[in-house]
Design a protein around this ligand. Structure first.
Ligand code: ATP
Ligand code: MG
Length: 573
C-alpha cells in the first residue's frame, strides 16, 4: 500500500457495509420513529441553474438521495430558478445529466421553482391580506440604511403601515409591469428590531424586467430565494430540507414563512450541514465561472475542473465519487478534506475495475539486434492481474520496440535498477533483454538503444532463475498507435486557493496540464470508446477523451498510481 493508502486506511470502511449514521440520519430516524409526517421522508436536491455541478454538489446529491433511499422516501430534483439574470438551459441540461451519471434517479419528480410563480404570488397576496407583508417604496440604499447593523436595531420603513387595499393595489401593479424596476419591493412584516438581520422585514419580491429561461417575459416580478425556497419545499411536501451551514441564520425566516403562509400541504424542516471544502480546489460557482469565462481552463468540463463533468471527462467513476461522499460523511462543523482522499477513492475503484494496457508516453527506441527482421510474435497478456474474468488480449512484439525514456539512464545512480548500458531487464510478459550499445544524435541525446534478447526467456522468466530486478512496459514500434496524452494535475498550487486575501487566479498550477504528443500505444488502445478507462502499466489510470479519433487517440490521465504530489518539486513563487 502506498502512503496515502496507509494514511486513509484507518477510516476506510467496507463500502458494502450498512450505511453509517450521521446527525442528519439520526434526526430523520427519530422523526420517523415518532411518526412525524406519518413516517414519510421526502428530500430534494435544489440546484440553481447558474453553473455546472461540482464535487461539493455531489456531497449534497449523495446526502439527499441517500437519506431518501435509507428511509424508504423520495428525493426530488428541483431547479431553484428564481433569478432570471444568471440562469440558463445549458445548465439545466448539464445538471440533469450529471445527477443521472452519478447514479441517482428522481423518476418523474423534476420540478422548477419557476413553475410555482403563480402559487407563490397567491401566497404573497394572502400575507398581504393578513397584514403580514407590505409594499415598500424605499430605495434599495434606504432599505439597507434602515436595516441597521449587527449592533443596532433597524428602523421601520415609513411605508410599513400601508393599508391592505393600497398594498394589494401596488403589488398588482408590480406584477402588471406598471412600475419601474426597483420602485417598490414586497417585504415581510416581521420585526425590524430582531437580533437576526434576516428577520428585519426581509424582501420577498422585487421587480426586474429580465427574460427568464422558462417563463420568458411572462413575469417582471420575481420572488427572492429565501421566500421561494421554503414554500417550494412545502408545495412538494418535503419533510427534511437539507442545506449548507450558511443558511442557518435564515432558518427563522424559513420557519416564519411555513408558519404564516396558510394551507401549505406540509411543514418541512430545515437542517444544515457543513459544505464540502477540498484542498487545492475552488468550489464557488462564481470562481469556477471566472475560470471558464476568462479561459484559464478550456470549459466547464475541462478535466482540471472540480465539476462533475470535468471529473467525468478526466476518468473519475460515479462509484468512486459516491464512495468518497460516503467516506467524508456529513458534519455540522466546517472543515476541509484532503483532495488526496478523493484521488485515493478513484485509484481504489479503478484498480479493481480498469483493464491494464501498455503505453509509452515518452518513447525511446529499442532495436533487438538478434531478433529476426520481419518476425512478429504475439503474447497473450492478462487484462487484470487478479481478476481473470477480465480476460486476456494479444499484444504484438517485434524487432523494434519503444520503452519509456525515463527507464533508461546512461550513467545510473546506485538505486536505479532499470535499463542502463550492459544491463539486463525484463520486458513485461515478453523477454529478458540486455542493452549493448547506446546511439546518440549530434547533440549527444540518446536516440536509440541496441539490445539483444534471450530467446529461452520467452514469457519473461529466465529458465536458470537468474535475478532481473526491473520489469519495463513496452510497445512494438511496427504496431504502435500514435497518441496524444494529457497529463493532469491539481489546478492550484496552494492548499486553500485565495486564502487570506490572495488572488486565487495567481495560484493556478502552470503544470496542471501537460500535453504529450508522439506517445505510443499498444494496438488495443487505438480505438477505445470515449470514456473507456485503463491502467497504463506503471504509469497511472487513463481515460480515452472525447477528442479521440481513429487518426489520433487522446487519453487523459485520471490519477497517477501513487500520490506523488508531496514529493514533486513545486513551482517557485
Ligand atoms: P451559489 O454560490 O450560486 O449559491 P451553491 O454552491 O449554493 O451556489 P446551488 O445550486 O444553490 O449552489 O446548490 C445546490 C445545492 O447544493 C444546495 O443545497 C447547496 O447547499 C448544495 N451545495 C453547494 N455547494 C456545496 C458544497 N460545497 N458542499 C455541499 N453541498 C453544497
Ligand atoms: Mg445556493
Amino acid at each position: 500500500m502506498d502512503e496515502v493508502a496507509l494514511f486513509y486506511n484507518h477510516y476506510m470502511t467496507d463500502p458494502a457495509e450498512a450505511p453509517r449514521l450521521d446527525f442528519i440520519r439520526d434526526i430523520v430516524a427519530a422523526d420517523q420513529a415518532a411518526g412525524t409526517n406519518r413516517g414519510r421522508v421526502a428530500t430534494r436536491f435544489p440546484p440553481e441553474p447558474n453553473g455546472y455541478l461540482h464535487i461539493g454538489h455531489a456531497k449534497s446529491i449523495c446526502l439527499n438521495f441517500g437519506v431518501a433511499d435509507d428511509f424508504g422516501g423520495v428525493c426530488n430534483l428541483r431547479f431553484d430558478d428564481t433569478n432570471p439574470v444568471t440562469e440558463d438551459t445549458e445548465y439545466v441540461d448539464s445538471i440533469q445529466e450529471d445527477v443521472r451519471w452519478l447514479g441517482f434517479d428522481w423518476q418523474d419528480r423534476l420540478f422548477y421553482a419557476s413553475d410555482y410563480f403563480e402559487r407563490l404570488y397567491a401566497c404573497a397576496i394572502q400575507l398581504l391580506r393578513d397584514g403580514k407583508a407590505y409594499v415598500d417604496s424605499l430605495s434599495a440604499d434606504d432599505i439597507r440604511e434602515y436595516r441597521g447593523t449587527l449592533r443596532e436595531p433597524g428602523r421601520d420603513s415609513p411605508f410599513r403601515d400601508r393599508a391592505v387595499a393600497e398594498n394589494l393595489d401596488l403589488f398588482a401593479k408590480m406584477r402588471a409591469g406598471e412600475v419601474p424596476d426597483g420602485a417598490h419591493v414586497l417585504r415581510a412584516k416581521i420585526d425590524m428590531a430582531s437580533p437576526n438581520i434576516n428577520m428585519r422585514d426581509p424582501v420577498l419580491y422585487r421587480v426586474r424586467r429580465a427574460h427568464h429561461h422558462r417563463t420568458g417575459d411572462a413575469w417582471c416580478l420575481y420572488p427572492m430565494y429565501d421566500y421561494a425556497h421554503p414554500l417550494s419545499d412545502a408545495f412538494e411536501a418535503i419533510t427534511h430540507s437539507l442545506c449548507t451551514l450558511e443558511f442557518e441564520e435564515h432558518r427563522p425566516l424559513y420557519d416564519w414563512l411555513i408558519a404564516n403562509v396558510t394551507d401549505l400541504p406540509a411543514r418541512p424542516r430545515q437542517i444544515e450541514f457543513a459544505r464540502l471544502n477540498l484542498t487545492y480546489t475552488v468550489m464557488s460557482k462564481r470562481k469556477l465561472n471566472q475560470l471558464v469565462t476568462e479561459k484559464h481552463v478550456h470549459g466547464w468540463d475541462d478535466p482540471r475542473m472540480p465539476t462533475i463533468s470535468g471529473l467525468r471527462r478526466r476518468g473519475f467513476t460515479p462509484e468512486a465519487i459516491r464512495r468518497f461522499c460516503d467516506e467524508i460523511g456529513v458534519a455540522k462543523r466546517e472543515n476541509q478534506i484532503d483532495v488526496g482522499l478523493l484521488e485515493f477513492c478513484v485509484r481504489e475503484d479503478l484498480n479493481a475495475r480498469a483493464p491494464r494496457a501498455m503505453a509509452v508516453l515518452r518513447p525511446l527506441k529499442v532495436v533487438l539486434e538478434n531478433y529476426p527482421e520481419g518476425q512478429v510474435e504475439t503474447f497473450e497478456v492478462a487484462n487484470h492481474p487478479s481478476d481473470a474474468s477480465m480476460g486476456t488480449r494479444q499484444v504484438p512484439f517485434g524487432r523494434e520496440l519503444f520503452i519509456e525514456r525515463d527507464d533508461f539512464l546512461e550513467d545510473p545512480p546506485k538505486k536505479f535498477f532499470r535499463m542502463a548500458p550492459g544491463r539486463e531487464v525484463r520486458l513485461r510478459g515478453a523477454y529478458l533483454i540486455t542493452c549493448r550499445e547506446v546511439i546518440k544524435n549530434n547533440d549527444g541525446d540518446v536516440v536509440e538503444l541496441r539490445c539483444t534478447y534471450d530467446p529461452p526467456t520467452r514469457g519473461g522468466d529466465a529458465p536458470d532463475g537468474r535475478k532481473v530486478k526491473a520489469t519495463l512496459h513496452w510497445v512494438s514500434a511496427a504496431h504502435a498507435a500514435d497518441a496524444e496524452v494529457r497529463l493532469y494535475d491539481r489546478l492550484f498550487t496552494e492548499e486553500t486557493p485565495g486564502a487570506s486575501q490572495t488572488d486565487f487566479l495567481s495560484q493556478i498550477n502552470p503544470r496542471a496540464l501537460e500535453v504529450l504528443t508522439g506517445c505510443k500505444l499498444e494496438p488495443s488502445l487505438a480505438d477505445a470508446a470515449a470514456g473507456a478507462r485503463y491502467q497504463f502499466e506503471r504509469l497511472g489510470y487513463f481515460c480515452a477523451d472525447r477528442d479521440s479519433s481513429a487518426a489520433r487517440p487522446v487519453y487523459n490521465r485520471t490519477v497517477t498510481l501513487r500520490d506523488s504530489w508531496g514529493t514533486k518539486q513545486r513551482m517557485p513563487a
